[in-house]
Design a protein around this ligand. Sequence first.
Ligand code: C2E
Ligand code: MG
Ligand code: MG
Ligand code: MG
Length: 285
Amino acid sequence: SKARGRNCYQFFSADMQEEAQHKRRLLEELRVALAEQQFELYFQPIVALNSDSEPMPVHKAEALIRWNHPERGVVSPGEFIHVIEEAGLIRELSQWIMQQTVETVSQWYQQGCANIQISVNTSPSQFNDGGKWIDDWIHALALYEIPAHSIIIEITENVLMTTDDSIKHQLSRLQHRGMDVAIDDFGVGYSSLAYLQQLDINLLKIDRSFIQPLSEDQDSVALVRAIVTMAHHLGLKVVAEGVETEQQWQQVLNVACDYVQGYIVSKPMTKDAFYQRYLSQYQQA
Ligand code: C2E
Ligand code: MG
Ligand code: MG
Ligand code: MG
């Protein structure tokens, strides 16, 4: 058993070496990607559930990053965001995301869509700069002359857990400046609704893992219903993430979620495709 133990150790160590090498290569490629702008923002519609107009006007969308890798094609953020974050490059990437978002919104405004809101993801480490990233947003919004209300800042629950009091202050500043704030992936972290009450937020996005079992499982219906009821008491609107089936759609409607985001409406799509599909027909003169 000792021999086997040693073998295991060797396997483990070889794996780790390979893993480390893979990460180094990935990081090198990511530096190039940043320098050469190989990233692209996709957009996924967020639709209001209580609307019965046909087709439903889309006022909100989430911006989701993609990496157009020269050989591998389109790479999902799950494969690279954590590497960027660990390498301390998140500020650079966030700046690019902000710039692209503001440019895109400004373009859509000029094309006549005055009430679109774009939801932008943040990384936990962004909050460690004492709020300078918020100044960047304020400058960018002013430069492109678009209202702060056209931006929703998404934060994950672990941001609320890992940082000090300064997070509360940063959320208040965002609100004070007119941006909306959403809690992303709600339910998978440890924040309680009671804690959320102390924070300046507007939206709760219920994680996909709570939405997917809705079709089969009455307990999860009760759970989501309870989250929505509490959220509404706190004055928050609720987005159901990852709705894929008609049954799930019916359930989130039954429990009074306010918005749906999911493949049942649309997968994330390129900026131009999103404009063509969802915005071009709602242009105001
Ligand atoms: P997220 O913010 O929770 O985004 C929702 C994810 O769920 C997206 O994955 C979206 O494509 C996917 N999704 C939406 N509807 C459905 C559905 O009906 N079924 C299924 N199976 N999936 C659905 P994506 O684009 O791969 O992004 C993954 C995560 O990467 C995001 O989760 C977010 O945490 C992070 N991320 C994406 N873009 C950015 C960004 O610009 N900045 C930062 N910091 N993180 C980002
Ligand atoms: Mg998100
Ligand atoms: Mg607000
Ligand atoms: Mg989410």
